[in-house]
Design a protein around this ligand. Sequence first.
Ligand SMILES: Nc1ncnc2c1ncn2[C@@H]1O[C@H](COP(=O)(O)OP(=O)(O)O)[C@@H](O)[C@H]1O
Ligand SMILES: [Mg+2]
Length: 501
Amino acid sequence: MKVRNAPPHAGSMLESLRGLGYAPETALADLVDNSIAARAGEVSIRLDWAGAASRVLILDDGEGMDDQALEAGMRLGARDPRAERAAHDLGRFGLGLKTASFSQARRLTVASRRKGGPVVALRWDLDLIGAEAGAEWPLFEGPAPGSEPLLEPLERMESGTLVLWENLDRIVTRGFSADDLLHLADRLEEHLAMVFHRLLEGPRPALRLLLNGRAVKPWDPFLTGHPGKALESPEYRILHAAGVTAQAHVLPHRDMLGPAEHDRAAGPGGWIQHEGFHVYRNRRLLLAGGWLGLGEGGRPWPRDEAHRLARIRLDIPNDADAEWKINVLKSAASPPVRLRAQLHRLASETRETARRVFAWRGRLSPASGGGGPQALTELWQVRRSPRGASYRIARDHDLLASILDRAGPLKPDLLALLRLIEETVPVQRVWLDVAEAREAPVTGFAEAPDSEIREALASLFEALVTYRGLSPAEARERLGRTPPFDRRPDLVAALAARDSG
Ligand SMILES: Nc1ncnc2c1ncn2[C@@H]1O[C@H](COP(=O)(O)OP(=O)(O)O)[C@@H](O)[C@H]1O
Ligand SMILES: [Mg+2]
């Protein structure tokens, strides 16, 4: 058999690897992964503006590398993706350092030191590929002439690694200004705050992350512990998969959040982008939303307005990469077939709760929504049939029932009016307004003065006590659990004052 050895052409190979699809923020997150894998406690990122000579530096206080490890790490395909990894390792393909760096910069210098060892440095320079007669893949020793001072911080450390990006041709493009670099820093901060939030959280965070000298504060997609949340489930173990756990969250309706709080809760990509599964490996966020291809009737669920409050935390172990089809960019994952039914069930339930909170503006107290024993029957009821949904006014709603009882000869007219209202609900109109404005219309007394809410409450209270035979205390209890009054316990309590006074 005749065999030819066909190594890639270094220049074209490296140029094509630049186009993997990294953005600056995903590229930097990949480098932070390496620092974490090297057990760094602090990672400091600097974006230095100097026009065309601008540069990015990432310094960590991890274990560092000696000369041999550094050379191995600088190679493309440094490690076999099939090899077993330490449980805390966030790498996989042995490519990240190089591909992430080349996606933004033409020159990559890595300097490192192990405890007790010297600082060693190696450098790739895409502009010098093909220029060295003796080496097709030339890896230069030391920093580029003139860049030596940039490595100084490492001299003062026991161990650690410094990654230096220069010739940032993909960042500093024509017309790029110092201002643009500041914007990039903002975007980067948001991204890192999200991706590493679980490592940055808590009284004793596993990681300190600095961006231009300022500590990055974690962003929690789940508003953990927020009292306005409709759902914060216990942590579930997913069966038939070692180490996979899930926790379902439904975030508060916007009425339960202040405007600034609401904006912040949306996240860097916005509400719709971040709805669905948030997949973590070693507490590092891989996927910040989406329904993993799960859906109904062969069609995957889209991310849409109605389910935007649903966020599910999913933790997977790092030995399951192949099974979950983690890609090189760490931006896509797909669950193994045998777990899909379980995840589908969890997602369906979470989506349903999220939809109801979105539609009914506010928290679903345990008894509300379904019209349980503690809450009043909801005035509007949805009836589903194969031909579609229709909207009905509940004739046994307490206020309505008491009015019908007292209506006398007007009762048939009242019933006719109710039918007319039900048949002319401007569903299409509402749907369009919601879709276009990307917001729920104003309902639930959201913009009404207190006096109006008080009037409505008083009529209901009267109906419950006088015509339904509830004790004042029972009536208050039920009103306090009934949307939209459940958000105004102060006014419900004021009913009590009037009643006793
Ligand atoms: N900040 C760092 N500190 C210590 N070692 C590092 C660092 N960055 C990279 N390395 C070494 O270089 C190797 C290659 O890194 P990389 O190309 O990102 O691939 P991977 O992370 O998939 O192993 C790593 O496996 C690690 O041994
Ligand atoms: Mg890596």
